[in-house]
Design a protein around this ligand. Structure first.
Ligand SMILES: Nc1nc2c(ncn2[C@@H]2O[C@H](COP(=O)(O)OP(=O)(O)OP(=O)(O)O)[C@@H](O)[C@H]2O)c(=O)[nH]1
Ligand SMILES: [Mg+2]
Length: 459
């Protein structure tokens, strides 16, 4: 089967835990804390690989997990970082969130490399947590959780010129005759199952990329045949060449072929029909009287040239008429302008599912001041009005429920110490008797600053 869609599970590495240990030296009964930091977890990175033109590799494997960071060690040893996982995809791959179908990234144009999931940060070892009042901290920071996501990959070939038409009309033969591509050619339907790209070189250093898109049939837009997946590729072509078998060797009429495929394009995406179009009437070597009144070439010209669509008779097999066709395609490309569609991201990666955000990502205890950081807290502060009593109580509850207070107490926080979070300061009140020692009191930093300034002035 043709593989231009895939669904895969990706997961970054968890951060290694910080380590708890104490120096052991001869003649020193109890040394200070020397637990090292955990290593960083591996990232999941997508990279464009020019050598690929299908998503076939993803059929055999659908789990992609980066390695976790290792735990820190004694003697301040830093844990080993996890290895990044690089996932190679063909240019033109759309990465979507599987659950919502939203576009995360379009690996085309300038987007060659993307870190989709960051690995977890390593936790700090207990060597960071010694304070005058807590000289032997038995606490180390856990590593940050990994992030995981199911994503859908969809390949949309990017080419300047796309060849479309019924199966067996000679699209692959045409591509092989005028470019470096070597697609398979055979006298049966659906020989080509994956789009092939070739570079067409014209005189004077001009070149463009041409795509041989697998054959379309009636009902393609409803998923009949293999068509639907292929219609996707046409979306990104700036100029289309509709190839028909002018000799009608399969008994179909080329005019009907064009109408049929036109209807499929219309159903799939009416925008595509507005693309510049050219008709290549192929297999003219089999026609006895190409210019005759009843010949397909003449009828095609009569019908399409008044609409401004050029019909160019060619024979891909005998290499006749190709220069004219390619020159015309080039001219239309120049008129069409240069930018290919690059899809915008619609997905906020910072909200990636299943991320167990640690309330505390970083905490630095020194002399009664605990500086705490963490995305979850930051977010919470963003929508809480601390000046309002209700807002403050809400925040206080959050700090307790998320275990922040408990963690800080483990780190040695005592009554009267200050917790500083993104510019806000809180005083910790050890109110054991009525709420288990979880209360905090909000301190307006600005207020204290102003007061300090005033005192200085007065002194
Ligand atoms: N006589 C003649 N035969 C041709 C010409 N172009 C292609 N053929 C033959 O037509 C058959 C189909 O050609 P392909 O290039 O594989 O056709 P296709 O459009 O790529 O077909 P699918 O991949 O199935 O969609 C092959 O046997 C070719 O040799 C031509 O100009 N003249
Ligand atoms: Mg083919």
């Amino acid at each position: 089967m043709f593989a231009d869609v895939a669904r895969i599970f990706i997961k970054s590495g968890k951060g290694g835990n910080g380590h708890v240990s104490f120096r052991r030296e001869l003649y020193v009964p109890a040394g200070g804390p020397d637990g090292g930091d955990g290593g960083r977890g591996g990232d999941v990175i997508f990279e464009v690989d020019e050598g690929l033109n299908t998503l076939e590799n993803f059929r055999h494997r659908n789990r992609y997990v980066a390695t976790p960071g290792e735990e820190g060690g004694g003697r301040r040893m830093h844990g080993k970082n996890g290895q990044d996982l690089i996932i190679r995809v063909p240019a033109g791959t759309l990465i979507k969130d599987d659950e919502t179908g939203k576009i995360i990234a379009d690996m085309s144009g300038g987007n060659r490399r993307l870190t989709l999931l960051h690995g977890g940060r390593g936790g700090l070892g207990n060597m960071h947590f010694a304070t005058p009042s807590m000289q032997a901290p038995k606490f180390a920071q856990p590593g940050q959780e990994s992030r995981e996501l199911w994503v859908r990959l969809e390949l949309r070939v990017i080419a300047d010129v796309g060849l479309l038409g019924f199966p067996n009309v000679g699209k692959s033969t045409l591509l092989s005759m005028c470019s470096n591509a070597r697609p398979e050619i055979a006298n049966y339907h659906f020989t080509t199952l994956t789009p092939h790209l070739g570079v067409v070189s014209l005189s004077g250093d001009r070149s463009f990329v041409m795509a041989d898109i697998p054959g379309l049939i009636e009902g393609a837009s409803e998923g009949i045949g293999l068509g639907y997946q292929f219609l996707r590729h046409i979306e990104r072509c700036k100029v289309l060449i509709h190839v028909v078998d002018a000799a009608g060797i399969e008994g179909r009429d080329p005019l009907t072929d064009i109408e049929t495929i036109d209807r499929e394009l219309e159903k799939y995406d009416p925008e595509i029909r507005k693309r510049p179009l050219l008709i290549a009437a192929n297999k003219t070597d089999l026609l006895i009287d190409e210019q005759g009144t009843g010949s397909a070439v003449t009828r095609l010209k009569e019908k399409y040239e008044p609409q401004g669509i050029r019909v160019i008779p060619i024979s891909a097999a005998t290499n006749t008429g190709l220069p004219e066709l390619l020159e015309e395609a080039w001219k239309m490309l120049q008129e069409a302008g240069s930018d290919a569609t690059v899809y915008e991201s619609e997905f906020d990666l910072s909200l990636v599912g299943n991320v167990e955000m640690l309330p505390i990502e970083y905490a630095n205890p020194e002399k009664g001041l605990f500086t705490v950081e963490g995305p979850k807290i930051e977010k919470m502060l963003g929508y809480t009005n601390l000046e309002a009593e209700q807002g403050f109580r809400f925040f206080q509850e959050f700090m307790v429920k998320q275990g922040v207070i408990k963690t800080l107490k483990k780190m040695g926080m005592q009554e009267g110490d200050t917790i500083r979070i993104y510019g806000h300061e809180f005083e910790y009140l050890d109110t054991e008797e009525y709420d288990g020692g979880n209360a905090t009191d909000y301190v307006d930093t600005e207020f204290w600053k102003r007061r300090a300034e005033k005192e200085e002035k007065n002194a």
